[in-house]
Ligand binder design. Structure first.
Ligand code: NDP
Length: 250
């Protein structure tokens, strides 16, 4: 399916920075102009970086809409702007990290991670699935992580939110297949974005109340230095992930 200009309509969440921004720009600047990109972000005051990177494509193959994936109202308003509510490709990119021992994290903070990384995706999928199933066409892409496949010390809550999403999507994929709707999970390793900066700020402020000292030592002396090494040696760029997604949706 495509819009009147023969373009696929792609809605992407979390385009204010990092991977989401780069996916939006890469698809909007596609050499064959195959995509009409609806780039969304929760705070349009952050649009400048995206608009600058989009260049000529802004206002042509790329449009901007506000969207907070944690808010039913915001999702409703966003889809109210989408013509006939048809989305060909939904890219669930928005996500938040949270690092630290569970002893120092409140249940409210944990819920916020799940609200974004899990329910944010579910909320978006519930919005697009009826139309995709009716049209027997569509593709939903979900940004998971290697931490959606493997637990990592003091990343317990983030890891759990991505595992939850993996389980949900594996289960949904089978049901969607019947309607010719594809569901793809992307599981990047470390990517150089603001996510990394926010995580390192998080580590600097981390407290360890009542945590086993050996675990703290392991985290500080073994895990963290090796994670930083892996980041420096193997870290990917948002461009790498955007290129990968472009291949997945082609
Ligand atoms: P960034 O922090 O640069 O981007 C995260 C984006 O999500 C921002 O645009 C942020 O918006 C947005 N966001 C957060 N909460 C909401 C919300 N409630 N509604 C709408 N948008 C929201 O990090 P990345 O680009 O690295 O992260 C993108 C995705 O990639 C995430 O799902 C992350 O888990 C995943 N990932 C990242 C890896 C990495 O190493 N960087 C590795 C593996 C997966 P705002 O600016 O308003 O905060």
């Amino acid at each position: 399916m495509a819009n009147d200009s023969g373009q696929k309509v792609v809605l992407i969440t979390g385009c204010s920075s990092g991977i989401g921004l780069r996916i939006a720009v890469t698809l909007a600047r596609d050499e064959k102009k195959r995509y009409h990109v609806i780039a969304t972000m929760r705070d349009l005051k952050k649009k400048d970086k995206l608009v600058e990177a989009a260049g000529d494509s802004y206002g042509k193959t790329l449009m901007l809409l506000p969207l907070d994936v944690c808010s039913d109202e915001s999702v409703k308003q966003c889809f109210g702007h989408v013509k006939d509510r048809h989305i060909d490709i939904l890219i669930n990119n928005a996500g938040v990290g949270l690092m630290g021992p569970v002893e120092s994290i409140s249940i409210e903070e944990m819920k916020q991670v799940f609200e974004t990384n899990f329910f944010g995706v579910v909320r978006m999928m519930k919005e697009v699935m009826p139309d995709m199933k009716k049209r027997r066409s569509g593709h939903i892409v979900v940004m998971s992580s290697v931490m959606g496949l493997q637990g990592v010390v003091f990343n317990d809550v983030y890891t759990a939110s991505k595992f939850a999403m993996e389980g949900f999507c594996e289960s949904m994929a089978v049901q969607l297949m019947k309607f010719n709707v594809r569901l793809s999970m992307i599981e990047p390793g470390p990517v150089h974005t603001e996510f990394e900066t926010k995580m390192m700020e998080n580590v600097a402020k981390m407290e360890y109340p009542g945590v086993d000292p050996d675990t703290v030592r392991y985290f500080k002396d073994v895990y963290l230095p090796s994670a930083i090494d892996v980041f420096e040696a193997m870290g990917q760029t948002p461009e790498d992930i955007a290129k990968c997604i472009k291949k997945v949706i082609e």
